[in-house]
Design a protein around this ligand. Structure first.
Ligand SMILES: Cc1cc2nc3c(=O)[nH]c(=O)nc-3n(C[C@H](O)[C@H](O)[C@H](O)COP(=O)(O)OP(=O)(O)OC[C@H]3O[C@@H](n4cnc5c(N)ncnc54)[C@H](O)[C@@H]3O)c2cc1C
Length: 461
């Protein structure tokens, strides 16, 4: 079994040859730091809108090295944050509904660009299922549905499936019901980011790899190879942001871990079903997410070790054997028919979590500094919308995107260490215990431990 090596997605696709590093100091109209989905979509849309712009992207490692090449492959319209918090924006609830509508359209926009640019990322828009396996989870699903209806989401956006209906789509041991939304697609994430980087190359973006930015200030991004001077510098480093001087407490690098099975036999797929390629998650507090991959495997992720002291990062995605064992147990419990396929690869990555769990897209025109991120694990589609929005903000074009409630959103900073480490670890200890307690009893009530966890974290529910 392979562990780390960035991710299974990259090993399956093959890590491309490195692009050149920045050859020396240079000038640009826009300098983007970080070549994940956020940076690359921003660069792509800027060049598509105005081919004369000189757009430079600086990437510490290679395009897609971060979460964009390691994630669960859900191109999801899920809101990265809380409706109630975004509704504090002057546009109120209407602004939130507009943001959610834009995110739904974004799933189709990603598919449209994949088709237009010939990006073969195995994209299938099969929707998404959030399943319940305990009475408490089922009660949460129903409460969620009530809230969605109160916000105006009708059955075209989300609907309830009982256990029998769910079983016609796929067999998950113990599943008693699910919420289904059609607004999600499955992709091979590394194929998406690699294809996007190539599309950016073709559009004329200057993408330099192995070029770490050591500091960002108005008009200047510094690197060991020289400076890029530009009137606009955009920070698109999500889970890596804590390493940039001055940003240590902006976004918490939350770790997420994944495993992938070997290819399943035809017989196993007949037992499981899953012919609709829905992405699959659950309603546990320490939740899991999964997809049926384009090459006939199951990829499944969960929290594992949630956070490393001092906002530390992983080493090329390697994860602890105990996390692999834990995810393996969940996989075998959910899909006994997949047991024979074994586990072939495990890895992890970091995503950016703001203190109030709400994402931001912002540009200070005077300082010429902007950034986007903090998608709290819902970044694949959101980064496309953020990229289009940053492109409009830089070009000074008022558009329906530039007034969305996440534009200019300000999250509080994280606590200093050791409070940050202690907070995150106790939070997940509470969540795991709450999940165990809820599994052991039939009560539809959410465990009080999970509520305590929500209070500590400020996670909106
Ligand atoms: C395991 C995992 C599973 C996930 N699953 C999903 C999912 O299924 N659906 C979903 O919507 N979201 C998911 N997410 C979240 C999603 O992947 C991210 O939110 C999204 O990819 C963020 O894109 P980004 O471009 O902002 O950041 P990243 O992809 O992390 O890119 C940041 C880039 O910046 C570079 N960089 C960092 N520092 C510097 C520097 N100083 N100088 C130059 N370059 C720098 C990094 O090398 C990296 O390439 C998941 C995340 C993880 C880790």
């Amino acid at each position: 079994m392979r562990n780390g090596e960035v991710s299974y997605w990259w090993q399956a696709r093959g890590i491309p040859q490195r692009r050149p590093s920045l050859p020396g100091s240079t000038d640009a109209d826009v300098c983007i730091v970080g070549a994940g989905y956020t940076g690359l979509w921003t660069a792509y849309y800027l060049k598509r809108a105005d081919p004369a712009l000189r757009v430079v992207v600086l990437e510490a490692s290679f395009a897609g090295f971060g979460a964009s090449g390691r994630n669960g492959g859900w191109v999801t319209a899920a809101l990265p944050g809380s409706r109630e918090r975004y509704a504090r924006h002057p546009r109120g609830q209407d602004g939130v509904r507009e943001l959610e509508a834009q995110l739904r359209d974004t799933v189709d926009e990603v598919a449209r660009v994949c088709a237009a640019e010939g990006i073969d990322a195995g994209l299938v828009k099969g929707g998404t299922l959030s399943i319940a396996t305990t009475a408490a989870q089922e009660a949460r699903l129903r409460r969620q549905l009530e809230q969605d209806r109160a916000w105006g989401d009708d059955a075209r956006i989300v609907r309830y499936l009982d256990g029998t209906e769910l079983a016609t789509r796929l067999q998950v041991t113990g599943a008693v019901g699910a919420l289904y939304s059609p607004h999600c697609a499955r992709v091979q994430p590394a194929a998406l980011v690699a294809g996007l980087a190539e599309a950016a190359d073709r559009a004329g973006v200057q993408l330099y790899e192995a070029t770490p930015v050591t500091s960002i200030s108005s008009g200047r991004a510094r690197t060991p190879a020289g400076d890029v001077r530009a009137p606009y510098i955009l920070r698109c480093t999500e889970g890596f942001t804590a390493d940039i001087p001055g940003q240590h407490r902006t976004l918490l690098p939350m770790n997420s871990s994944m495993i992938v099975t070997g290819p399943l036999s035809e017989e196993a797929w007949k037992t499981i079903g899953w012919d609709g390629f829905e992405t699959l998650g659950d309603e546990a507090h320490a939740y899991i997410y999964a997809q049926r991959t384009p090459d006939g495997r199951i990829a499944l992720g969960g929290r594992g070790v949630p956070y490393r002291f001092g906002s530390g990062l992983d080493h090329d995605g390697a994860i602890a054997p105990s996390t692999i064992a834990q995810l393996g147990r969940i996989l075998r419990r959910m899909f006994p028919a997949a047991t024979g396929a074994g586990i072939e690869h495990a890895w992890c990555g970091v995503l950016g979590v703001p203190r109030d769990w709400c994402a931001t897209v912002t540009l200070d025109r005077q300082a010429g500094l902007g950034w986007a991120g903090g998608y709290t694990g819902h970044g694949v589609a959101a980064a496309n919308l953020a990229g289009r929005t940053l492109a409009d903000l830089v070009r000074g074009i008022p558009s329906p995107l530039t007034t969305l409630p996440w534009v200019g959103h300000r999250s509080p900073r994280w606590e200093p260490e050791p409070a940050r480490w202690a907070g995150v670890h106790s939070l997940y200890a509470l969540y795991r215990t709450a999940d165990r307690l809820e599994s052991a009893r039939r009560s539809p009530r959410t465990s009080v431990l999970a509520r305590v966890g929500d209070l500590i974290s400020g996670i909106p529910h």
